[in-house]
Design a protein around this ligand. Structure first.
Ligand SMILES: [Zn+2]
Length: 453
């Protein structure tokens, strides 16, 4: 068995692992590179093997850095099945066409304002490419091995990271290979905790927070304080948020803050992300995959006013009054939040509150690092608003939680491959696992191939 690392090495984006069993070729995750330009350019490189030579794809979860390359893979010839959980499929139906649409909009925008160095700028893929990719999805249940290629089964276990997220274990009859996917938290308010795994021969392990521990304080404290202080100054709190997972956690926390009287009950809260709205509705459908009961689910859905049209979104930018706006994307790399940043970043009364991990090379990272202007749609926008971050609302296990999860293994894996982390985080986790558990670990390089005996 050969495993090749085609992404999520030295970065948290671009998850793609190519597995060759001798009789089949499988891709585990099929994500987009995001962040630094040199990473994003990899999305445009020719795929290392002809996509029509891949028999199947297995997805851990729907986030675009794990699924967003699929439209291109299908356009370039992939014709196998894409296996994932039912909820991941439901989320991909929302995320992938939107991704195609955004890529088209960005290319059109660049052409209209001619700020692209490429003339004409082309989208990486289109909404139509994304819709076509959806035809190849084949949802499978959690907890049962399912044959995904000749002599190879895949079994999904709850990963707890977002709705439908899975830990994937492949078995070829001789050895098992487990992908942690993005590993959830132990005590998330909404998501269930990651399933405990007791044994695997090889483990591919994420390390987003491999060098950090989340603040044990309740994330709602900082969220409430920021919203309250900003509103008291007459300002707007803009929260760039992933549409899937994070937006729902924010809505639920805001509902609870209002319920406890910690923020004004009448403070307007807007959710400006059609995807986040559709996603919130999916929590009703997949009730077994999270902790909320029906009432809590409904309260979460009604915690914000929905912004339906672009006109409403523009109108919101003209209002200078206390309010909260939640909009995608979470690292301010694209989406409707950019228009809100243009409108609200120049005023020191406002707050830009990041609610998750900010990868290097993103606007979010730059804003947290203290730049005084941000480039949006080819123009520099002065940044005078306060910028802050809640990082313990994260959907990722921190180093201690990862070690805790590993502590349930009854036997050491033959090898652990540490991926999905920036270099410091991946190496810190390698060090901790070697020191405390004495398991053999390595941090693979981009396009490195290893032999699994
Ligand atoms: Zn994820």
């Amino acid at each position: 068995m050969k495993l090749k690392f085609l992404g999520a090495t030295g970065t948290v984006t671009g998850s793609k692992y190519l597995l060759n069993t001798g009789s089949a070729t499988i891709l585990i995750d099929c994500g987009l590179f995001q962040g630094y330009k040199q990473l994003r350019l990899r999305n445009w490189e020719e795929f290392p093997v002809p996509p029509d030579s891949i028999d199947a794809v297995v997805l851990t979860h729907a986030h675009l850095d794990h699924s967003g390359y699929l439209p291109l893979l299908v356009r370039e010839g992939f014709r196998g099945k894409i296996y994932c959980s039912e909820a991941t499929y439901d989320l991909c139906k929302i995320l992938l066409p939107d991704s195609g649409r955004l890529l088209e909009e960005e290319a059109n925008h660049a052409n209209r304002h001619s700020y692209s160095r490429h003339a004409p700028a082309l989208p990486l893929y289109t909404e139509e490419d994304a819709l076509r990719a959806l035809d190849y999805f084949h949802p499978i249940p959690f907890g049962k091995p399912h044959q995904v290629a000749a002599g190879l089964t895949a079994q999904l276990a709850l990963g707890g990271h977002i709705l439908g997220a899975a830990i994937v274990t492949l078995n070829d009859g001789k050895r098992t290979l487990t992908f942690s996917g993005d590993l959830g938290r132990l005590h998330d308010a909404i998501m269930v905790e990651p399933t405990l795994i007791e044994q695997t021969d090889y483990l591919v392990l994420e390390s987003t927070y491999g060098n950090r521990s989340h603040d044990p304080a309740d994330p709602a404290i900082l969220l409430g304080q920021t919203i309250r202080d900003t509103a008291a100054r007459g300002g707007v709190t803009v929260i760039p948020s992933f549409a899937v997972g994070r937006a729902q956690s924010l809505l639920y926390e805001i509902h609870r803050l209002k319920q406890r009287g910690e923020i004004p009950a009448l403070l307007p809260v807007y959710l400006n992300s059609p995807m986040a709205i559709d996603t919130t509705a999916l929590y009703q459908k997949h009730r077994k995959l999270h902790r909320l009961n029906q009432q809590e689910c409904l309260a979460m859905c009604h915690a914000a006013k929905i912004v339906n049209s672009v006109e409403e979104s523009i109108e919101l930018n003209q209002r200078q009054m206390p309010m909260v706006i939640i909009a995608a994307s979470g690292m301010a790399t694209g989406g409707r939040v950019l228009h809100h940043l243009k409108a609200f970043a120049p005023n020191s009364r406002n707050t830009i509150l990041f609610a998750g991990f900010q990868a290097g090379g993103t606007r979010g990272r730059a804003m947290l690092d203290g730049v005084d202007a941000i480039k949006i749609h080819g123009e520099y926008v002065p940044l005078r608003a306060q910028v802050s971050q809640i990082d313990n609302l994260s959907a990722h296990a921190d180093a201690n939680e990862i070690l805790g999860w590993l502590g349930h293994f009854k036997q050491a894996p033959k090898q652990v491959f540490i991926t999905h982390g920036e270099p410091d985080a991946a190496d810190a986790l390698r060090h901790r696992i070697e020191e405390t558990l004495h398991w053999p670990c390595r941090v693979p390089e981009y396009k490195e191939q290893v032999e699994l005996v």
